[in-house]
Write a protein that binds this ligand. Structure first.
Ligand code: FPP
Length: 302
């Protein structure tokens, strides 16, 4: 298995955002909810640009949940039309920034025009490798888990898969988020402190960052503050602080100029903020960071 490089990591690799507060922002500014969403789309542009600049590899945005289909029809229509505009207008910019677009969720549910525009932007950016922008559209974390369970149950019932082959890795492969790595930082604007059915499986060890500002006010500074919060966290993945610090020691030594500790001994060890233990059986191998993704095999997933 190819090990990831020892990248000092103050920046989260996978950022997921629940973009909440467009409606309240609009109300506070004497505007309609639809104008609030339009302003929200502008904030999306800035978030994408800043993440790219800061070296984020995967950005996943909760743009439309399964539950959002229950909103007033005019609002659903407006959101679909904003998505269509976004896909049409931003695809060149995404390509210029080397950002690949993809969708998680059930894109089949979208109106044809929106689906076509999104599909066209996906194809237009397919060979970009700088960052992957995933739009969660008609997405629900529970629905995704249930669909994965159903797909695996079907394989077991037809003898393609043994029950004992239903592992975390097999389960993750059956999710619509495959092959995204695990979420490192989950941000929610709008003042609420909940995850609202977003990336339930994928955020198992994510750092959670809730902020009171409404989504249209989210900007580069707010994002950098979130990264500052992330960098200050010690991620333990169920281990003790001592174990995590012991795993980080070789990297710190190399940073301090000890050449004998550079190279393969450091492979996979990230920064103190994101030291990631590998589970080899139930053991702990500090030299492998594959646990920073959902599974080792997707550690280098694009
Ligand atoms: C939540 O705010 C936001 C949404 C349901 C949709 C998010 C959509 C955008 C940010 C704009 C379009 C997206 C793209 C990718 C172009 P809310 O309406 O629930 O706000 P409220 O809680 O204040 O009512």
């Amino acid at each position: 298995m190819q090990l990831p490089q020892p990248v000092p990591r103050q920046t989260p690799r996978h950022v997921a955002i629940i973009m909440d507060g467009n409606g309240r922002w609009a109300q506070a500014n004497g505007l309609s909810r639809l104008e609030g969403h339009a302003e929200g789309a502008r904030a999306v542009r800035e978030a994408v640009r800043t993440c790219r600049k800061e070296g984020v590899e995967f950005l996943t945005l909760y743009a439309f949940s399964v539950a959002n289909w229950g909103r007033p029809r005019a609002e659903v229509r407006a959101l679909m039309s904003l998505l269509l505009d976004f896909a049409e207008r931003e695809k060149q910019e995404l390509r210029d920034q080397d950002v690949r677009l993809q969708v998680i969720g059930d894109a089949e549910e979208l109106p044809l025009g929106t689906r076509d525009a999104v599909q066209s932007a996906i194809e237009y950016t397919a060979d970009c490798t700088g960052m992957t922008l995933s739009l969660a559209l008609s997405y629900g974390g529970r629905a995704d888990i249930v669909n994965a369970a159903r797909a695996l149950a079907l394989q077991v019932s037809t003898g393609q898969l043994l029950p004992e082959e239903v592992t975390e890795a097999a389960f993750q492969k059956a999710l619509s988020t495959h092959p995204l790595p695990a979420v490192d930082l989950l941000i929610r604007t709008g003042g609420e402190r909940r995850v609202s059915d977003f990336l339930l499986f994928e955020s198992a060890y994510a750092e959670l960052y809730f902020l009171p500002i409404m989504w249209p006010d989210f900007n580069a500074k707010a994002l950098r503050d979130a990264f500052g919060f992330f960098a200050s966290r010690e991620r333990r993945f169920g281990l003790t602080g001592e174990q995590v610090q012991a795993a980080a020691a070789p990297l710190d030594a190399a940073r301090n100029g000890n050449p004998s500790l550079s190279g393969s001994a450091l492979d996979g060890v990230r920064s103190t903020s994101t030291v990631v233990p590998l589970r080899t059986g139930h053991g702990f191998d500090p030299h492998d960071a594959s646990n920073s993704s959902l599974h080792g095999e997707s550690a280098n997933a694009e």
